[in-house]
Design a binder for this molecule. Structure first.
Ligand code: ZN
Length: 501
């Protein structure tokens, strides 16, 4: 590269990127291979590396490198790799330096204890045990927001960590439309006869499920030359470096969906990271645009492809061949309806496409109320249960299956939940934009051909890495900001046909 100041900055950022990826490798190892007694030593290793990474982000050397690179790139096209690199790096550097280092170590200490307490509280279904820890986490999250004052809303700085540039008010207005319409849809579905999914409640041998799941992701374009698939308690995808993006899976003998749709979801994440060009490697641009964008890719493969009729036109005869005893007598149409059953569930991660977003909205509303101080921590279980009844028509029998079900709050991840629902919305917006340029995309999928889809995503989404903020990127591709209407239309059309609404 001819610009020498940018080159100096890239060398420095390359080392930060290496530190990050070494942490990712340690994290992968912890979930996949590490023996149980290794956890204390691993904790020290994480703390050491995270400390070095933080020093690098906040050092005067980076400030100097950035100043010089800003001068050098001043006249460049703001969308160029160079100008984008400087802009995004400056943003991250500012965020890191605005936070007091004493807060960082206090937050690590409090959330480590809160996570232990959450595990115990959930096992005993005892919210009171978790309550003081959660109160401490929320207090620290409020202090965190204050580092970024002034803001429109106390939740904005938290959301911004996951969705750069997005405001709480934007999310609230999107969710307002979504909530009313989704609640209406679920009520309409509940009034209709339920679809039959008993054929899914059989035993499906593990080895065959694994083989089928691998076949599907290979066809999607996920190649083991660039990754690995292993087993872990909670499936996840992680980038170890360029050309090494791994994911994990779960295979459940009595549930075909876990491995199959889990694989498609995680491979969707992995293909995003693998599609980021080498020119952005080892820089902060070698990431997805935001968490919602990442989730748009995983959801698109899992739901818009994996739970669609065209996909199964090709794959179902193969699945039947793998499980002739279990599925030989089940028609394609019955199978398609069965995997798309809608049923309000207590548990977010077990919920279907039509109800999923309501779980998210409930959490967002509670997070905002807690951050604003309008809801006290001891009132949380009651507020949770009341909303479950309002939105989904069910009340959790205990807190383990209610307010204590997710790890996020104990880890201090406030601001993360909305990205799941936003990802669903973006997935359909991207799908519609793609369908305009690839008119026969559904026929391609019905032939088992996914290269057209992947190619479009690479060209329109993956290629840009983290150059654009999420709202900007959605607009660039679809001409609109994040918008609930296409998703609602998609749900109404799909479930209207399945449930004869
Ligand atoms: Zn995901």
């Amino acid at each position: 590269m001819k610009n020498s100041k940018i080159q100096n900055l890239r060398v420095y950022l390359g080392e930060i990127s290496d530190l990050l990826h070494v942490q990712a490798l340690l994290g992968w190892d912890q979930q996949v291979c590490m023996p149980p007694s290794g956890s204390e030593a691993r904790g020290h290793q994480f703390a050491t590396l995270a400390g070095i990474e933080h020093q690098r982000w906040t050092s005067p050397k980076l400030e100097k490198l950035l100043n010089a690179a800003e001068q050098e790139t001043a006249g460049l096209d703001p969308e160029s790799d160079e100008a984008s690199l400087v802009r995004v790096t400056r943003r991250l550097q500012r965020k890191r330096t605005q936070v007091n280092p004493a807060w960082v170590s206090e937050f690590a200490r409090v959330t480590a204890m809160a996570q232990d307490a959450w595990v115990e509280a959930r096992a005993a279904s005892n919210f009171a045990h978790f309550e003081p820890h959660l109160a401490g986490v929320i207090e620290l999250r409020r202090d965190y927001a204050e580092f970024f004052a002034p803001f429109q809303h106390v939740y904005d700085p938290l959301l911004d960590d996951f969705e750069p540039g997005m405001k709480t008010s934007e999310v609230q207005s999107i969710f307002k439309t979504l909530r009313a319409e989704q609640v209406k849809l679920i009520k309409a579905i509940a009034a209709k006869p339920q679809v039959d999914e008993r054929f899914l409640q059989q035993r499906f041998p593990i080895a065959r499920q694994d083989k089928f799941g691998r076949q599907v992701v290979r066809r999607m374009g996920y190649d083991l030359k660039n990754g690995r698939i292993d087993i872990s308690a909670h499936p996840f995808t992680t980038t170890i470096g360029r050309g090494d993006v791994r994911f994990t899976t779960q295979v459940n003998i009595s549930d075909l969906s876990t491995c199959l749709f889990g694989n498609m979801h995680e491979a969707g994440h992995a293909l995003y990271d693998l599609g980021i060009p080498s020119s952005l490697a080892r820089t902060p641009l070698a990431e997805g645009a935001s968490m919602a964008f990442h989730e748009s890719q995983s959801r698109l493969w899992e739901n818009l492809v994996g739970r669609s009729l065209p996909f199964w036109k090709f794959q179902y005869p193969r699945l039947q061949k793998a499980f002739p005893m279990q599925l030989g007598g089940v028609s394609l149409d019955a199978f398609y309806r069965g995997i798309n059953l809608v049923e309000p569930s207590l548990i977010r991660v077990a919920s279907d496409e039509a109800t999923y977003n309501l779980h998210i909205m409930l959490r967002l509303e509670l997070e905002i109320a807690l951050m604003e101080g309008k809801l006290k921590v001891n009132e949380l279980p009651e507020a949770w249960n009341a909303r479950m009844q309002d939105y989904l028509g069910i009340t959790p029998p205990d807190d383990a299956r209610g307010v204590l079900q997710d790890i996020h709050w104990s880890a201090g991840s406030f601001g993360y939940f909305p990205t799941y629902a936003l990802g669903n919305l973006v997935s359909v917006q991207l799908w519609e934009a793609m369908r305009k340029s690839i008119a026969d995309i559904e026929e391609q999928i019905a032939q088992g051909e996914y290269a057209g889809l992947l190619g479009w995503m690479r060209e329109n989404v993956h290629r840009h890495g983290a150059k654009y903020e999420p709202q900007r990127l959605v607009r660039r591709i679809t001409g609109r900001p994040i918008d609930p209407a296409p998703y609602l239309n998609y749900l109404k059309t799909k479930y209207g046909a399945i449930y004869n609404l």
